[in-house]
Write a protein that binds this ligand. Structure first.
Ligand code: NAP
Length: 252
């Protein structure tokens, strides 16, 4: 993949939070970036402007990761507007609702599994088709954004989300093996509690401060503390790393 060109990396769900921090950090590391978002075009534009100020080519592309057509359009727009894709950060995610499973509506369960797991699989599938050296691509790397929830289970909060993220970990292991001969590395980052809007969007704006005391490092992480792990896994420095999940969770 190292042909002297700038890497071209798609970051899903990059209009805010960890995805936005990853886009900015990758821009600083020399990537051209595609800032994907679902609904908030204005926020995505601001992230792209900041990335461009770091010297990157940066474009915004609206796409719902749960839609195969949207994901195809996201990859096609990247190719047309920026160049051949070399990396994917599978970051888009939602928690949506905080409660015991017995009190969680099935449509919320479906939405959470659909965005966090099915969306990640659809994007990873497209990346495999586009990047594979056996299929004419340049090779590259995928980083899936999992969660410490995948191993903690998240009782009384969102076990269905934890189950979806455990699926993301299995996707990482299996796809890493499947694509090792295609010039594609597949890894994951598993953040713990991170201060983003995801908690308020699930109706629990106070969750960060409530849970922080249970974390060995005694505080929530910040999005900019997750981004370098993502960038490292995408980089040539991680050339012998595939199938790994790097936990960035303050000891949780
Ligand atoms: P966030 O601040 O709520 O941002 C979520 C992003 O995902 C937004 O850009 C949103 O776009 C986008 N998105 C949501 N549904 C989408 C869809 N169907 N298609 C495309 N984009 C979609 O969340 P975050 O905390 O940064 O979370 C990022 C990732 O880290 C998620 O996978 C999450 O599960 C994981 N994570 C977070 C934490 C944490 O404590 N924050 C901990 C562990 C893991 P719009 O704004 O346009 O809707």
């Amino acid at each position: 993949m190292d042909n002297g060109r700038r890497p071209v990396t798609i970051i899903t769900g990059a209009s805010r939070g960890i995805g936005a921090a990853a886009a900015l950090h990758l821009a600083r590391c020399g990537h051209d970036v595609v800032v994907n978002y679902r609904a908030d075009a204005e926020a995505a534009e601001q992230v792209a402007e900041l990335a461009a100020a770091e010297g990157a080519r940066a474009v915004c592309v609206q796409a719902d990761v749960t839609s195969e057509d949207d994901v195809d359009r996201l990859f096609a727009a990247t190719q047309e507007q920026v160049g051949p894709v070399t990396g994917l950060v599978n970051n888009a995610g939602v928690t949506a609702h905080i409660a015991d499973l017995a009190d969680t509506p099935v449509d919320v369960v479906r939405q959470v599994v659909e965005v966090n797991l099915v969306g990640a699989i659809i994007c990873a599938r497209r990346a495999a088709q586009v990047l594979s050296t056996r299929r004419g691509g340049t090779g590259g790397a995928v980083v899936n954004v999992s969660s410490a929830a995948a191993t903690l289970g998240s009782p009384h909060e969102y076990v269905h989300y934890a189950a979806a993220k455990a699926g993301v970990d299995a996707l990482t292991v299996g796809l890493a093996k499947e694509l090792a001969g295609d010039g594609i590395r597949v890894n994951a980052v598993a953040p713990g509690l991170v201060r983003t809007g995801i908690h308020a969007a699930a109706g629990a704006a106070d969750r960060v401060d409530r849970v922080a005391a249970r974390i060995p490092l005694r505080r929530a992480g910040e999005p900019h503390e997750i981004a370098p792990a993502i960038a490292w896994l995408l980089s040539e420095e991680a050339s012998y790393v595939t199938g790994a999940t790097l936990r960035v969770a303050g000891g949780m």
